[in-house]
Write a protein that binds this ligand. Structure first.
Ligand code: FES
Length: 195
């Protein structure tokens, strides 16, 4: 299977700028981690090392904070986020079914994984997103969808992928077909221009 590195390339100047802004003491750990996660979607190892070497915060303090708060994640994320609401209303209306259906579409078999192998999507369970009357709800990118069955969730995912040039794992051949079609039409256009 093709492997996709999801690791972010960390901008050292940016990390230095945040350290200047938030300081070097242990009290700066949370804002520094928030800045890193806002930028990269997770906490890249490289950024964590830069913070440890550029501040008085020790590695155990920094990782202690990162693992204490559920808002932080240490693993890379996919190019798109799917948030599945697991607030009470969504939970009783079948949020788990959405997770099962989405994981199936994305070929995520390992319970410990939440990201498709091609780096297209990450599924995240979140607390109430504020539209309980539409339960169960999911948010893909900036689109909110409600009253969903598992099949609805899969359909919305497919549409989102199509609109955003993503391909679900197992459908990469569509990508090659599309690339071939694009090449063919550009060759046709060149021929027309020459004639
Ligand atoms: S519980 Fe899901 S939107 Fe409120």
């Amino acid at each position: 299977m093709e492997q996709h590195s999801l690791e972010a390339v960390v901008d050292e100047a940016l990390v230095r700028k945040w350290i200047e802004e938030y300081g070097s003491d242990a009290s700066a750990a949370v804002p520094l981690l928030q800045a890193v996660q806002n930028e990269y979607g997770y906490l890249p190892r490289e950024a964590m090392d830069m913070i440890v070497s550029g501040t008085r915060i020790t590695a155990s303090q920094l990782y202690g904070v990162a693992t204490f708060y559920s808002q932080f994640r240490l693993d890379p994320v996919g190019r798109n986020m799917i948030k599945v609401c697991h607030g009470t209303a969504c939970h009783v209306s079948g949020a788990d079914r959405l997770n099962t259906a989405l994981r199936q579409s994305l070929g995520i078999k390992d319970d410990a994984e939440d990201t498709a192998s091609n780096g297209s999507y990450t599924i995240e369970d979140v607390a109430c997103v504020g539209c309980c009357s539409l339960a169960p709800v999911m948010v893909i990118g900036d689109e909110t969808h409600g009253n969903l069955s598992g099949a609805d969730a899969q359909r919305h995912l497919k549409k989102h992928a199509r609109r955003n040039g993503e391909f679900l794992p197992g459908h990469e051949e569509e990508k090659s077909d599309e690339a071939a079609r694009t090449r063919q039409s550009s060759e046709n256009r060149k021929k027309e221009v020459r004639q």
